[in-house]
Ligand binder design. Structure first.
Ligand SMILES: N[C@@H](CCC(=O)N[C@@H](CS)C(=O)NCC(=O)O)C(=O)O
Length: 202
């Protein structure tokens, strides 16, 4: 049995979605980051980085970082067909994943959601939030171009789409307007049974 350390509404939503997609047997341990549960000694004992998502495997080892967990799930549950065969599509998947998690999430949304973490005065905090917002908006334009008219980022559903799903839900929550094709993607994604599990838990 796999154990997902998960904070509903956070980026671990994307891993929850993938666990459903690959039909893994798993349990969820809620680590509510808004309540600071990621800093308890018990959780730090599992993941010293103090972040979700973290996935404990049957061997008791804990895997962290969205991209690594998503890749492991796609390879471990190969019959689910989430890992592409072509080298070019594999590289483009990693490229999209890194952009969504490393840039849109970490460099954009982190500053939109928690600019006060950087301990600036009120003006500095607001400037940082505005910078984060412009990074997200720029990122959404890039992702819109990447998606184009395709239903999913790389043609058929893959691990990068799980990351796109969680950042687009964040964008909506922040009241941002999505380009039309990203809106269409989010609507189609939300109808997947895996996404319904995420939506019902967050
Ligand atoms: N690079 C990490 C980022 C994970 C991350 O930022 N998780 C957030 C939730 S979306 C978190 O655990 N925040 C708690 C904290 O930073 O204290 C990954 O890709 O998994």
């Amino acid at each position: 049995m796999l154990t997902l350390f998960h904070s509903p509404g956070s980026c671990s939503d994307g891993i929850l979605l993938l666990l459903e997609e690959v039909r893994a047997e798993y349990e969820v341990v809620v680590i509510d980051v808004m309540k600071g549960m990621q800093r308890t000694p018990e959780f730090l004992g599992k993941n010293p980085k103090g972040k979700v998502p973290a996935l404990m495997r049957k061997d008791g080892l804990v895997l962290t970082e969205f991209q690594a967990i998503a890749f492991w799930l796609a390879k471990r549950f190969e019959t689910a067909g989430l890992w592409p065969d072509l080298l070019e599509t594999q590289c483009r998947t990693l490229e999209a994943l890194d952009f969504i998690v490393g840039s849109v999430h970490m460099r954009g949304f982190t500053l939109v959601k928690v600019p006060q973490k950087f301990q600036l005065d009120d003006k500095g905090t607001e400037d940082l939030r505005a910078f984060g917002q412009s990074e997200v908006e720029k990122g959404l334009r890039t992702l819109s171009k990447m998606l184009g008219e395709s239903p999913y980022l790389l043609g058929s559903f893959g691990i990068a789409d799980a990351a796109l799903f969680y950042v687009l839900r964040w964008a909506k929550k922040e009241g941002m307007e999505l380009p039309q094709n990203l809106e269409r993607f989010l609507t189609a994604m939300s109808e997947r049974s895996s996404a319904q599990v995420v939506i019902n838990q967050s």
